[in-house]
Design a protein around this ligand. Structure first.
Ligand code: ATP
Ligand code: MG
Length: 252
Protein backbone atom coordinates (compact mmCIF):
# COMPACT_ATOMS: atom_id res chain seq x y z
CA UNK A 1 0.00 0.00 0.00
CA UNK A 2 1.43 3.38 -1.00
CA UNK A 3 1.45 6.53 1.08
CA UNK A 4 -0.86 9.49 0.42
CA UNK A 5 0.93 12.81 0.99
CA UNK A 6 -0.81 16.21 1.03
CA UNK A 7 1.38 19.21 0.14
CA UNK A 8 -0.09 22.29 1.84
CA UNK A 9 1.02 25.74 2.96
CA UNK A 10 -1.65 28.18 4.00
CA UNK A 11 -0.01 31.05 2.12
CA UNK A 12 -0.08 30.98 -1.66
CA UNK A 13 2.87 31.03 -4.01
CA UNK A 14 5.39 29.40 -1.67
CA UNK A 15 6.19 26.50 -4.02
CA UNK A 16 3.67 23.69 -3.38
CA UNK A 17 3.13 22.88 -7.04
CA UNK A 18 6.84 23.12 -7.81
CA UNK A 19 7.62 20.81 -4.88
CA UNK A 20 4.89 18.36 -5.90
CA UNK A 21 6.17 18.12 -9.50
CA UNK A 22 9.86 17.88 -8.61
CA UNK A 23 9.40 15.57 -5.63
CA UNK A 24 7.30 13.25 -7.81
CA UNK A 25 10.09 13.26 -10.39
CA UNK A 26 12.77 12.61 -7.76
CA UNK A 27 10.74 9.66 -6.44
CA UNK A 28 10.19 8.33 -9.97
CA UNK A 29 13.95 8.53 -10.54
CA UNK A 30 14.32 6.38 -7.42
CA UNK A 31 12.11 3.76 -9.11
CA UNK A 32 9.02 4.61 -7.09
CA UNK A 33 5.63 4.58 -8.74
CA UNK A 34 4.00 7.98 -8.18
CA UNK A 35 0.63 9.55 -8.95
CA UNK A 36 0.15 13.30 -8.41
CA UNK A 37 -3.30 14.81 -8.08
CA UNK A 38 -3.87 18.49 -8.66
CA UNK A 39 -6.43 19.58 -6.04
CA UNK A 40 -6.22 23.27 -6.97
CA UNK A 41 -9.58 23.57 -8.71
CA UNK A 42 -9.81 26.59 -10.98
CA UNK A 43 -6.13 27.51 -10.61
CA UNK A 44 -4.71 24.21 -11.78
CA UNK A 45 -1.12 24.26 -12.97
CA UNK A 46 0.53 21.03 -11.88
CA UNK A 47 0.17 19.84 -15.49
CA UNK A 48 2.41 22.75 -16.57
CA UNK A 49 4.94 22.08 -13.80
CA UNK A 50 5.20 18.49 -15.07
CA UNK A 51 5.25 19.57 -18.72
CA UNK A 52 2.07 17.59 -19.41
CA UNK A 53 -0.51 20.21 -20.32
CA UNK A 54 -0.69 19.01 -23.94
CA UNK A 55 -1.75 15.57 -22.75
CA UNK A 56 -4.56 16.47 -20.34
CA UNK A 57 -8.14 15.86 -21.44
CA UNK A 58 -10.12 14.75 -18.39
CA UNK A 59 -9.78 16.02 -14.83
CA UNK A 60 -10.33 15.18 -11.18
CA UNK A 61 -13.98 16.27 -11.18
CA UNK A 62 -14.66 13.91 -14.13
CA UNK A 63 -13.25 11.03 -12.08
CA UNK A 64 -14.92 11.95 -8.77
CA UNK A 65 -18.31 12.33 -10.46
CA UNK A 66 -17.76 9.03 -12.30
CA UNK A 67 -18.21 10.68 -15.71
CA UNK A 68 -14.81 9.28 -16.72
CA UNK A 69 -13.05 6.08 -15.71
CA UNK A 70 -9.87 6.60 -13.71
CA UNK A 71 -7.53 5.18 -16.36
CA UNK A 72 -8.69 7.76 -18.91
CA UNK A 73 -7.95 10.71 -16.62
CA UNK A 74 -4.48 9.47 -15.58
CA UNK A 75 -1.81 11.19 -17.66
CA UNK A 76 1.50 9.34 -17.81
CA UNK A 77 4.74 11.32 -18.09
CA UNK A 78 6.58 11.01 -21.39
CA UNK A 79 10.03 10.51 -19.87
CA UNK A 80 9.25 9.06 -16.43
CA UNK A 81 6.88 6.22 -17.16
CA UNK A 82 6.28 5.44 -13.46
CA UNK A 83 5.00 9.00 -12.89
CA UNK A 84 1.45 10.01 -13.75
CA UNK A 85 -1.00 12.73 -12.75
CA UNK A 86 -4.66 13.68 -12.62
CA UNK A 87 -5.26 17.36 -13.45
CA UNK A 88 -7.63 19.57 -11.48
CA UNK A 89 -10.79 20.94 -13.04
CA UNK A 90 -10.24 24.30 -14.71
CA UNK A 91 -13.76 25.31 -13.63
CA UNK A 92 -13.48 26.94 -10.19
CA UNK A 93 -17.04 25.83 -9.35
CA UNK A 94 -16.07 22.14 -9.44
CA UNK A 95 -16.41 20.60 -6.00
CA UNK A 96 -13.97 18.12 -4.45
CA UNK A 97 -15.96 15.79 -2.23
CA UNK A 98 -13.83 14.79 0.74
CA UNK A 99 -14.99 11.20 0.95
CA UNK A 100 -14.69 10.56 -2.78
CA UNK A 101 -11.18 12.02 -2.91
CA UNK A 102 -10.13 9.77 -0.05
CA UNK A 103 -11.60 6.71 -1.79
CA UNK A 104 -9.80 7.61 -5.01
CA UNK A 105 -6.48 8.10 -3.21
CA UNK A 106 -6.86 4.78 -1.38
CA UNK A 107 -7.57 3.04 -4.66
CA UNK A 108 -4.50 4.60 -6.32
CA UNK A 109 -2.33 3.79 -3.30
CA UNK A 110 -3.05 0.10 -3.81
CA UNK A 111 -0.96 0.09 -6.96
CA UNK A 112 1.64 2.81 -6.41
CA UNK A 113 4.22 3.91 -3.83
CA UNK A 114 3.17 7.55 -3.42
CA UNK A 115 0.06 9.61 -4.13
CA UNK A 116 1.02 13.31 -3.91
CA UNK A 117 -1.77 15.87 -3.49
CA UNK A 118 -0.99 19.41 -4.67
CA UNK A 119 -3.29 21.57 -2.51
CA UNK A 120 -4.61 25.03 -3.17
CA UNK A 121 -3.48 27.99 -1.06
CA UNK A 122 -5.63 28.82 1.93
CA UNK A 123 -7.38 26.63 4.48
CA UNK A 124 -10.63 26.03 2.61
CA UNK A 125 -12.34 23.06 1.02
CA UNK A 126 -9.43 21.90 -1.19
CA UNK A 127 -7.05 21.98 1.78
CA UNK A 128 -9.47 20.13 4.07
CA UNK A 129 -10.32 17.43 1.50
CA UNK A 130 -6.65 16.74 0.77
CA UNK A 131 -5.69 16.59 4.45
CA UNK A 132 -8.61 14.28 5.16
CA UNK A 133 -7.45 11.97 2.34
CA UNK A 134 -3.80 11.97 3.40
CA UNK A 135 -1.61 9.68 5.50
CA UNK A 136 0.98 12.43 5.90
CA UNK A 137 1.16 16.18 5.26
CA UNK A 138 4.07 18.32 4.16
CA UNK A 139 3.72 21.98 5.05
CA UNK A 140 5.69 24.24 2.71
CA UNK A 141 6.89 27.64 3.93
CA UNK A 142 9.31 30.18 2.57
CA UNK A 143 11.33 32.07 5.22
CA UNK A 144 9.09 35.14 4.79
CA UNK A 145 7.34 36.18 7.99
CA UNK A 146 3.88 35.92 6.41
CA UNK A 147 4.53 32.42 5.05
CA UNK A 148 5.81 31.31 8.47
CA UNK A 149 2.71 32.56 10.24
CA UNK A 150 0.37 30.93 7.68
CA UNK A 151 2.30 27.65 7.77
CA UNK A 152 1.92 27.61 11.56
CA UNK A 153 -1.82 28.06 11.22
CA UNK A 154 -2.07 25.33 8.59
CA UNK A 155 -0.02 22.98 10.79
CA UNK A 156 -2.18 23.65 13.84
CA UNK A 157 -5.33 23.03 11.82
CA UNK A 158 -4.07 19.69 10.48
CA UNK A 159 -3.06 18.52 13.95
CA UNK A 160 -6.55 19.41 15.21
CA UNK A 161 -8.50 17.82 12.37
CA UNK A 162 -6.64 14.64 11.42
CA UNK A 163 -3.96 12.79 13.40
CA UNK A 164 -1.31 12.24 10.71
CA UNK A 165 2.44 12.94 10.69
CA UNK A 166 3.12 16.51 9.58
CA UNK A 167 6.55 17.76 8.49
CA UNK A 168 7.98 21.05 7.31
CA UNK A 169 9.73 21.92 4.07
CA UNK A 170 11.42 25.30 3.95
CA UNK A 171 11.56 26.53 0.36
CA UNK A 172 13.50 29.39 -1.25
CA UNK A 173 15.99 29.56 1.60
CA UNK A 174 18.83 32.08 1.16
CA UNK A 175 21.70 31.56 3.60
CA UNK A 176 23.04 35.06 2.79
CA UNK A 177 19.74 36.57 3.95
CA UNK A 178 19.93 34.62 7.22
CA UNK A 179 23.47 35.91 7.72
CA UNK A 180 22.33 39.49 7.19
CA UNK A 181 19.38 39.00 9.56
CA UNK A 182 16.72 39.43 6.86
CA UNK A 183 15.49 35.84 7.34
CA UNK A 184 15.12 33.81 10.54
CA UNK A 185 17.44 30.83 10.79
CA UNK A 186 16.13 27.30 10.27
CA UNK A 187 15.81 26.53 14.01
CA UNK A 188 13.71 29.63 14.62
CA UNK A 189 11.49 28.90 11.61
CA UNK A 190 10.91 25.35 12.88
CA UNK A 191 10.12 26.67 16.37
CA UNK A 192 7.65 29.24 15.08
CA UNK A 193 5.83 26.76 12.84
CA UNK A 194 6.11 23.98 15.39
CA UNK A 195 6.96 21.15 13.01
CA UNK A 196 9.87 18.77 12.45
CA UNK A 197 11.90 19.43 9.33
CA UNK A 198 11.86 17.17 6.27
CA UNK A 199 14.05 19.36 4.10
CA UNK A 200 15.27 22.74 2.93
CA UNK A 201 15.19 23.82 -0.71
CA UNK A 202 17.39 26.78 -1.58
CA UNK A 203 16.34 29.70 -3.73
CA UNK A 204 17.51 28.58 -7.16
CA UNK A 205 16.96 30.53 -10.36
CA UNK A 206 17.07 27.24 -12.27
CA UNK A 207 13.67 26.43 -10.72
CA UNK A 208 12.21 29.46 -12.48
CA UNK A 209 14.01 28.59 -15.73
CA UNK A 210 12.51 25.08 -15.58
CA UNK A 211 9.06 26.43 -14.68
CA UNK A 212 9.02 28.53 -17.83
CA UNK A 213 10.64 26.08 -20.22
CA UNK A 214 8.89 22.94 -18.97
CA UNK A 215 12.21 21.26 -18.28
CA UNK A 216 12.85 19.00 -15.33
CA UNK A 217 15.18 20.39 -12.64
CA UNK A 218 16.99 17.04 -12.75
CA UNK A 219 18.18 17.75 -16.28
CA UNK A 220 19.86 21.00 -15.19
CA UNK A 221 23.55 20.93 -14.34
CA UNK A 222 24.52 21.93 -10.80
CA UNK A 223 20.98 22.83 -9.72
CA UNK A 224 21.11 23.22 -5.94
CA UNK A 225 17.34 22.72 -5.72
CA UNK A 226 17.70 19.33 -7.43
CA UNK A 227 20.24 18.26 -4.77
CA UNK A 228 17.80 19.24 -2.06
CA UNK A 229 14.83 17.52 -3.68
CA UNK A 230 16.68 14.23 -4.04
CA UNK A 231 17.51 14.36 -0.34
CA UNK A 232 13.89 15.11 0.52
CA UNK A 233 12.73 12.17 -1.61
CA UNK A 234 15.12 9.84 0.23
CA UNK A 235 13.97 11.12 3.60
CA UNK A 236 10.33 10.72 2.62
CA UNK A 237 11.13 7.07 1.87
CA UNK A 238 12.50 6.72 5.40
CA UNK A 239 16.21 6.76 4.52
CA UNK A 240 18.69 8.75 6.58
CA UNK A 241 20.04 11.58 4.50
CA UNK A 242 21.91 14.66 5.71
CA UNK A 243 20.60 18.09 4.82
CA UNK A 244 24.02 19.06 3.43
CA UNK A 245 24.91 18.16 -0.16
CA UNK A 246 26.90 15.06 0.82
CA UNK A 247 24.49 12.97 -1.23
CA UNK A 248 26.34 13.96 -4.41
CA UNK A 249 28.85 11.24 -3.76
CA UNK A 250 26.08 8.66 -3.81
CA UNK A 251 24.44 7.27 -6.92
CA UNK A 252 20.76 6.51 -7.11
N1 ATP B 1 13.28 27.01 -4.71
C1 ATP B 1 12.83 27.92 -5.57
N2 ATP B 1 13.69 28.81 -6.13
C2 ATP B 1 13.24 29.75 -7.00
N3 ATP B 1 11.97 29.87 -7.40
C3 ATP B 1 11.06 29.04 -6.87
C4 ATP B 1 11.43 28.02 -5.93
N4 ATP B 1 10.31 27.32 -5.61
C5 ATP B 1 9.31 27.88 -6.28
N5 ATP B 1 9.73 28.91 -7.05
C6 ATP B 1 8.92 29.76 -7.92
O1 ATP B 1 7.89 30.32 -7.10
C7 ATP B 1 6.72 30.53 -7.88
C8 ATP B 1 5.51 29.94 -7.16
O2 ATP B 1 5.66 28.54 -7.12
P1 ATP B 1 4.40 27.56 -7.12
O3 ATP B 1 3.46 27.88 -8.21
O4 ATP B 1 4.95 26.19 -7.05
O5 ATP B 1 3.74 27.96 -5.72
P2 ATP B 1 2.36 27.42 -5.11
O6 ATP B 1 2.55 27.37 -3.64
O7 ATP B 1 1.96 26.17 -5.79
O8 ATP B 1 1.37 28.59 -5.51
P3 ATP B 1 -0.24 28.56 -5.33
O9 ATP B 1 -0.49 28.77 -3.86
O10 ATP B 1 -0.70 29.71 -6.16
O11 ATP B 1 -0.72 27.24 -5.81
C9 ATP B 1 6.98 29.89 -9.26
O12 ATP B 1 7.31 30.93 -10.17
C10 ATP B 1 8.17 29.00 -9.02
O13 ATP B 1 8.98 28.85 -10.18
MG1 MG C 1 0.12 25.65 -6.71
Amino acid sequence: MGEIVAIVSGKGGVGKTTLCAFLATALALQDKKVVCIDCDTGLNNLDIALGLEEKTIFDLSDVLSERTPLHKALVTHNRYRNLSMIPAAADFRAHIEEKKLRELCKKLAQSCDYVLLDCPAGLGEGFASAVYAADRALVVATPDITAIRDAGRAAALIVGMHPIPVQLIINRMRPAFVKKGYFENVDNIMDEIGLPLLGIIPEDEKVMVCANTRRSIFEEKKASAADALVRIAWRLCGKQMPLSPLWRKKKF
